[in-house]
Design a protein around this ligand. Sequence first.
Ligand code: IPE
Ligand code: IPE
Ligand code: MG
Length: 246
Amino acid sequence: MGLLDQIDKNKLPRHIAVIMDGNGRWAKEKGKLRVFGHQNGVLAVRDTVEGAVEAGIEFLTLYAFSTENWNRPKLEVMALMELLVATINKETKTLMDNDVRLNAIGDLSQLPDRCYKQLQEAINKTANNKRCTLTLALSYSSRWEIVEAAKKLGRQIQEGRLNPDDINDQVFSGALCTADMPDPELMIRTSGEHRISNYLLWQLAYAELYFTQKLWPDFRREDLFEAILDFQKRERRFGMTSEQIK
Ligand code: IPE
Ligand code: IPE
Ligand code: MG
């Protein structure tokens, strides 16, 4: 029985978040420039998106570029932005074929014009797709997002539209970029690093974390299925006891 068939469709995580890491090391292992790793990471993105659709995942969120990644060498940043434009352009058809809606979170105003326009175009084109929402975290960091949410709520208070005492978990979640998505239940990071790197700090509060040694360009749908199967074996207690869950 294949991995996909072993997945229990009644126990699927609705939302999976991924930190796609290890492109640079993958290229280095092959004696190539880091950019070569990023280019090959695109294949992994396509396969993972198709795998998520096959498995019935409703929301897939990929960390593509962090706020901190702007501090990388200029040449690498430029190459990544170029790759993003080319990829969105080329992959829009894959998204349409798979009924996937594209979405983006992060400080998109920092993106080069061409990149921003290409992204918006694909977002608009796929807006009515229903099967899965693919969110790219671009120029994203969780602290940036949380600070922006605090500002937004502050303004609402200033304008008399919000009472500070009415702020609760739900209201705060509603002020984040992910307002219209459920929290990720599963977070996958490739390349053997065991950290969150400023990703969805609020939203991952009770996510199951899954780490794999695989470098991102080698990640395929079977690896996604394995992560889902691992998730399905876990007992999620949310602060309660094991007996209470059963
Ligand atoms: C992840 O791979 C892609 C981005 C952060 C854009 P890296 O570029 O971080 O690769 P490593 O971690 O250096 O191997
Ligand atoms: C996290 O990877 C960001 C993305 C995958 C886009 P990094 O490679 O930038 O993370 P650190 O710096 O190793 O924590
Ligand atoms: Mg990295």
